[in-house]
Design a binder for this molecule. Structure first.
Ligand code: LMR
Length: 332
């Protein structure tokens, strides 16, 4: 070991070793809200080792720090090198490249997602002010419900460009639909492909023109009434879980979906994902934040993808966009 002095060049003296260590080139991620969705998202991100650190933030004193410490203890078992930190302060997000917002209340049985607009609106506004202040260059993925309204609020409060504020729901809704199709026994989950557009709720649009099983049209593999029933069930899957849990809402699939989006960004995946983004004239839709097919990249939305939708699918998408725009206007 080098000791101070004794002919050792100053740059190699013990006191200077830290300063000489190269900075970790990996991006940093933050997750706001340390409930089930937030904690699980943080762990999923950390487990990829794609990030230098994942910072979990929650207003409840000690919660994020305790969970982060606990997760960090699993690093040697899972073999990940991302450092997980926890804090009660949004300032801990300084330098974060990607932020996932899960803060807010979950709905309870009998509630609609829009019943959360008031309570979650105040929370998300405060959180977005913190993001603007401490992580002004970050890409933000919004998970808090009601999804479209909270994505809009985050974009408005941060003032970030549209590509950098993205709602997570399409990935979740698509995954639910594909998994439900696979449950019929027709194929393995990974061999079903479909995309859920429109809104995260009753106006979800799952275009059959894009749905396949083992590369063949889904409509050739299952009867129409069975497909319709699966579409309905996918639209209602969040409520189905809420009703069973009695307290709180789904978290395994939502966290997996949020993490998948951020991972796709970092890896610059060529995969087409559904995400709630500013329509900006795409598909001739009213200008609002609505579920559309996108490719993601390091700086958020790389492009909105033009799929060959049928006329009726386009009409359903336009209806979803108009109803989201009306809800956003109502929110004020
Ligand atoms: C979900 O779909 O699981 C989430 O949006 C939570 C909810 O309230 O359904």
């Amino acid at each position: 070991l080098y000791r101070r002095g004794a002919g050792v060049p100053p740059a190699l003296q013990v006191d200077n070793l830290d300063a000489a260590a190269p900075a970790d080139p990996r991006p940093a991620a933050g997750v706001i809200g340390a409930g089930h969705v937030g904690a699980m998202t943080a762990l999923r991100l950390a487990e990829t080792s794609l990030f230098s650190r994942v910072t979990l933030v929650d207003i409840v004193p000690g919660l994020a720090a305790g969970l982060a410490l606990d997760m960090g203890h699993s690093a040697s078992l899972r073999g990940f090198t991302t450092r997980i930190e926890g804090s009660a302060e949004l300032s801990a997000l300084a330098g974060a490249d990607y932020i996932v917002v899960t803060a807010g209340r979950p709905r309870q049985p009998g509630m609609s997602r829009t019943d959360l607009t008031g309570v979650n609106g105040s929370i998300v506004t405060a959180v977005a002010q913190g993001i603007r202040l401490y992580a002004p260059d970050s890409v933000v993925v919004v998970v808090t419900n009601p999804l479209e309204e909270m994505t809009h609020l985050t974009a408005r409060t941060t003032g970030f460009p549209p590509q950098r504020v993205i709602g997570m729901a399409g990935v979740l809704d698509s995954a639910r639909f594909c998994s439900l199709v696979a449950l019929t026994g027709v194929a393995r989950p990974q061999d079903v492909s479909a995309i859920a557009l429109g809104s995260h709720g009753p106006e979800m649009v799952i275009p059959m023109s894009q749905a396949t099983v083992n590369g063949r049209p889904l409509e050739e593999a299952l009867p129409a009434d069975q497909i319709d029933a699966i579409v309905e069930r996918a639209r209602d899957s969040g409520a189905e879980v809420v009703k069973l849990l009695q307290k709180g809402s789904a978290y395994f699939a939502p966290a997996e979906s949020a993490a998948a989006m951020v991972i796709d960004m970092v890896r610059e995946s060529s995969r087409v994902q559904a995400a709630c983004v500013q329509s900006s004239g795409a598909y001739g839709l009213e200008d609002t934040r609505v579920g559309l097919p996108v490719r993601l990249g390091r700086r958020g939305v790389r492009e909105i993808v033009a799929l060959a939708l049928t006329a009726s699918e386009r009409t359903a998408l336009a209806k979803a966009a108009s109803s989201i725009a009306a809800r956003v206007r109502e929110m004020g």
